[in-house]
Design a protein around this ligand. Structure first.
Ligand SMILES: C[S@@+](CC[C@H](N)C(=O)[O-])C[C@H]1O[C@@H](n2cnc3c(N)ncnc32)[C@H](O)[C@@H]1O
Length: 495
């Protein structure tokens, strides 16, 4: 199966950081994790004490350099290791541990600027809390962003205030929203960290966090799994209370659903966590990182979904067609429009045939041009209403494997010429006459305009009449309930 996800060169179904940086820099780029010795406002008493309850003494910088070394030494030690294996790579200084904007700007400059001057450093990534990004810090970051490739990572973890209080995050969601706004006003790339499996969060709550982030102006996301390590407040809490920990299967299921809700352009910086084995209490399955990542790939593949899948009902439309059609099949595109669906069908039924209908010259011309451009020859187009399909193709009774309708008006064309509920219903009824035993009729309905609403009601009424003779299924956009939806009609298995 060819990969339906566009932002990948290695068959991944999500937008990896590797892919993004390769496209951006044209070569391998590594992050060099640093510990600059900063603190956090919820550790030193400014906002709270003890830090977030899941966070280690090292401020979640357990894989960063040794804070007893100066930053240049930390950088060089890590770089040397990488350089042996990848001599032509470039580097990004990653200020990872604790809150790396939690200091006066002079101190920030002393920490960041020397790293920027090192050979082959192409940028900086700064992990921090939104409540430490002051006006002065923003001004400096804006200047830095003009001189280098800058990314700010914000630890949000969850949008739910109750959970945030429970884990002692000590800043409200509104603070995060404002920080993102200010950073984006200055064109700075923003990456957000979230954690799945936080205490007492349900799967729905984790999906809500993702749905919220999917609509924000953020460029990247890191998805972590909650882990308990020795010495954290959460570990003590865990020992005294029953705190359910997600199993690997549950985690993978949630991550795959989360990916399906995220815009395809959002870069996924990580999909699992890297706890240190010696201090890890639970879950031990996290130690097998490659198995977790592989299983996520497998699950995406098996379910035939990918990042952004649930944002557009046409993805489901295409998934169903890919799963139902074979190369020798005959199919009908009842509304060719600009020809995108016709081309998609021609690419599947390579040894079969696509019959296309549209009432507009522009649509027939656009589709012809598109198919010519892609050197297709397995199609015939008719400038004719789909309500006359039987008259045009009288020999195809019971021979067609799919009839598809993409209702509404021609994208980029005249909005007054739309499919019309009377002809549409007649055409849907006629399309069932064509279907072979495994045949399917798919209808994408656009209730967002007046005629579309009328059409939607008319189709529902008609489908009620045939519901005992056919299997009818509705598929909705799970993010936007006003968006187009999909209907499939099939003969029952025993007919
Ligand atoms: C939403 S567009 C189709 C988009 C198209 N499938 C694509 O991939 O670009 C709907 C099309 O239906 C066409 N249409 C409207 N009434 C029709 C009818 N009675 N018979 C056939 N096509 C019709 C319109 O001209 C318009 O081009």
């Amino acid at each position: 199966m060819t990969n339906p996800f566009p932002y990948s060169s290695d068959n991944k179904r999500y937008h990896t950081l590797n892919y993004y940086w390769h496209e951006k820099f044209g070569l391998k780029v590594f992050k060099v994790n640093l510990n600059a010795g900063f603190s956090c406002p919820n550790r030193d008493g400014t906002k709270g004490y003890g830090g977030c309850t899941f966070c280690s003494d090292l401020g979640s910088g357990d894989l960063a350099g040794n804070k007893n070394d100066d930053l240049i030494t930390q950088f060089n030690k890590i770089k040397q290791r990488l350089h042996k294996k990848w001599p032509h790579s470039k580097y990004i200084g990653y200020f990872q541990a604790n809150s790396n904007t939690y200091a006066p700007v002079d101190v920030l400059k002393q920490k960041y600027e020397p790293i920027l001057k090192l050979d082959n450093v192409v940028g900086l990534t700064i992990a921090t809390r939104p409540d430490t990004i002051t006006k002065e810090v923003l001004d400096y970051l804006e200047d830095l962003n003009k001189r280098t490739y800058l990314t700010i990572e914000l630890g949000l973890q969850t949008i739910h205030e109750r959970t945030a209080n429970l884990v002692n995050r000590c800043y409200p969601l509104s603070c995060f929203i404002e920080a993102v706004k200010q950073l984006r006003k200055r064109h700075i790339e923003v990456v957000v960290h979230i954690i799945n499996g936080l205490p007492y969060e349900t799967k729905e709550m984790m999906l809500e966090t993702i749905k919220f982030l999917a609509t924000r102006d953020i460029q990247g996301l890191k998805i972590h799994m909650l882990y308990l390590i020795n010495g954290t407040k959460l570990a003590t809490f865990y020992k005294k209370n029953t705190l359910p920990i997600l199993s690997k299967e549950e985690y993978i299921d949630i991550v795959c659903e989360q990916l399906a809700l995220l815009p395809p352009k959002m870069v996924i910086h990580r999909l699992t966590s890297d706890p240190v084995e010696e201090t890890l209490i639970e879950p031990k399955w996290l130690l097998k990182k490659f198995i977790v990542l592989n299983d996520i790939d497998k699950k995406l593949h098996q379910s035939d979904i990918y990042q952004g899948f649930n944002l557009n009902i046409l993805n489901r439309f295409r998934q169903i067609l890919r799963g139902n059609l074979q190369k020798k099949d005959l199919v009908i595109d009842a509304t060719v429009g600009n020809g995108n669906d016709t081309l998609f069908l021609c690419n599947i039924v390579t040894e079969g045939h696509v019959y296309g209908f549209d009432i507009q010259d522009t649509a027939i011309n656009n589709t012809t041009n598109l198919l010519l451009k892609h050197k297709k020859n397995n199609y015939t187009l008719f400038k004719e209403s789909h309500s006359n399909m039987i008259k045009v193709l009288p020999t195809l009774k019971d021979k067609v494997s799919a009839v598809v309708f993409n209702l509404g008006y021609l994208p980029g064309g005249h909005k007054k010429i739309t499919t019309n509920y009377q002809t549409t219903i007649k055409a849907i009824r006629n399309s069932l006459w064509f279907l072979n035993n495994k045949g399917i009729c798919l209808i994408v309905v656009y209730p967002g305009h007046k005629e579309g609403q009328r059409e939607a009601i008319g189709i529902d009424k008609y489908l009620l009449k045939i519901k005992n003779d056919y299997q009818v299924k509705y598929y909705y956009n799970t993010v936007n309930n006003k968006a187009p939806y999909l209907i499939s009609i099939k003969k029952p298995v025993n007919k």
